[in-house]
Design a protein around this ligand. Structure first.
Ligand code: 5AD
Ligand code: SF4
Length: 470
């Protein structure tokens, strides 16, 4: 018997080789290469995790198939931040069951945040027995090992960890874009906002070692990446639990030094932890993009307290002022929840007031969704649906009116733009992203993809621009 390595990532490279043999055998039986399709729900963290899944799948010999119905291995990387995301997964699983009956080689894998909820796994075990592999957010890196277990046991494989203090580095991953990439800088969240399920499904805050982050970015740059998005639930508290503590501002200064890297973005910032040092670094940086996503959630101090956000309306507005003074052309975006338990019309008007004062470039608006296990789920005074809907519509209209005005202010200017793709609707145009995260479409061809060029913004079309290369 071979000795299976106990150390990671060596252990996973062992299982990748082993999985490759099983996949080869199955492909031979099928008389064709086997294919996979990974569908990602939810946030950028999940998108990054999916790249890791794809990396492993390609290493073990599966080929990518974009049409789910045709794939031999369908994986859903799930989200559970709001209830409707869960319902969508159950709905789609029903369809997969029919497909599986027709394809003897088909496997179904489920992972991500939803799997960290025990009641979900119970339901899958009893009513969705055709699912092959179920794993969570902490053990994505074990994907090859789980696939091998599935091939060897022929039974449903379930591996969910409640939490972890482990960060496994250096596993394969397949980037969606050649020129930009997400980079995890930390995992988990310690904030326990009272409506949010993330701390329960993503576990406690863990920061990656700065050396590992820098090394990853250097490798990405050597491989053609010019823009990175640093990812964490609360990047502003980066580094607190490291052996040698380091702040997020300090990390950014180190990343700035990487030669060949042109742009740095990050997400998400919690207002309570956003330091003056960070603002100073953003002000002097040549690479940090002029965009800050700063979720406010509510404009009412009373509701913010019940949400356990640990700032007041006034503190938030003061912070915004400080940022706008330091970086005048910054684009601000936010997340807002309407209908949190106990939200009165007055509370809601406070939120509207913040929107009018800050004038966000864009805002993601959410209807409060009750998540079992969170403190807010059992709070009194849940708001009736019709009241929430009415507030939501009013909020959305205000947000959209303001953002159309705010986005229009750059008309006539020349901006540096990273070209991302050929335009979806007109292939004589390319689509690029400005530092402030707005999109612009302009005449060009695929040779421009991945390049940073100067573009004259001729006309604002509400949320995007039409332009011409300068
Ligand atoms: N209901 C509605 N929106 C929520 N969010 C998080 N939890 C909930 C919930 N229970 C929103 C927050 C967060 C974004 C990612 O999702 O606005 O910033
Ligand atoms: Fe959820 Fe709050 Fe953590 Fe964001 S900071 S993930 S909203 S608990």
């Amino acid at each position: 018997m071979t000795n299976i390595p106990v150390q990671e990532p060596e252990r996973q490279y062992y299982y990748i080789e082993k999985a490759k043999e099983y996949v080869q055998k199955a492909a031979k039986e099928a008389g064709r290469p086997l294919t996979f399709c990974v569908t990602t729900f939810g946030c950028q963290m999940n998108a990054r995790d999916s790249e890791k899944l794809v990396g492993i799948l390609e290493k073990i010999g599966y080929q990518e198939e974009t049409v789910e119905e045709k794939a031999d291995f369908v994986i859903y990387n799930t989200c559970t931040v709001r209830e409707n995301a869960n319902m969508r997964v159950y709905g789609r699983l029903g369809q997969l069951k029919r497909m599986k009956k027709k394809n003897p080689h088909m496997l179904i894998g489920l992972c991500g945040c939803m799997m960290q909820e025990p009641h979900v796994v119970e339901k899958l075990k009893t009513s969705y027995k055709f699912v092959d592999i179920i794993f969570g957010t902490h053990n994505i890196y074990k994907f090859a090992e789980l696939i091998v277990t599935r091939y060897e046991s022929q039974r449903m494989v379930i591996d969910i960890w409640k939490d972890t203090d482990k960060i496994v580095e250096d596993l394969p991953s397949e980037r969606k874009f050649a020129f930009k990439s997400g980079v995890n800088i930390m995992f988990g969240c310690n904030n326990f906002c009272s409506y949010c399920i993330v701390p329960y499904v993503r576990g406690r805050e863990r920061s990656r070692n700065p050396k590992d982050i820098i090394r990853e970015i250097e490798r990405l740059v050597a491989d053609g990446v010019v823009e990175v998005m640093l990812l964490g639930q609360n990047v502003n508290s980066y580094g607190k639990n490291l052996e040698e503590p380091m702040s997020f501002a300090q990390l950014l200064e180190e990343i700035e030094k990487i030669e060949g890297l042109e742009r740095i973005r990050f997400m998400t910032s919690h207002p309570k932890d956003l330091s003056d040092d960070l603002i100073a670094v953003m002000k002097k940086s040549k690479k940090i993009c002029k965009h800050l996503h700063l979720p406010v959630q509510s404009g009412s101090t009373e509701i913010l307290k019940k949400m356990n956000r640990r700032y007041t309306k006034e503190q938030y507005l003061e912070l915004v002022q400080k940022i706008k003074t330091a970086v005048p052309d910054i684009s601000l975006t936010t997340d807002i929840i309407v209908g949190f338990p106990g939200e009165t019309e007055e509370d809601f008007l406070e939120t509207m007031d913040v929107i009018k004062k800050v004038r966000y470039d864009s805002a993601f608006t959410f209807i409060y969704s009750k998540r079992t296990g969170t403190p807010a789920a059992t709070m009194e005074n849940q708001i009736p649906e019709d009241v929430v809907k009415d507030r939501f519509d009013r909020l959305l209209k205000e947000v959209q009116d303001i953002s159309a005005e705010v986005c229009g202010v750059h008309e006539g200017t020349v901006q540096s733009v990273l070209v991302e793709s050929i335009n979806d609707h007109d292939d004589s145009l390319v689509t690029g992203r400005m530092s402030n995260n707005l999109l612009v479409h302009f005449p060009g061809n695929e040779n421009l993809i991945g390049k940073i060029v100067n573009v004259h913004l001729k006309e604002c079309k509400g949320f995007y621009y039409l332009g011409e290369m300068d």
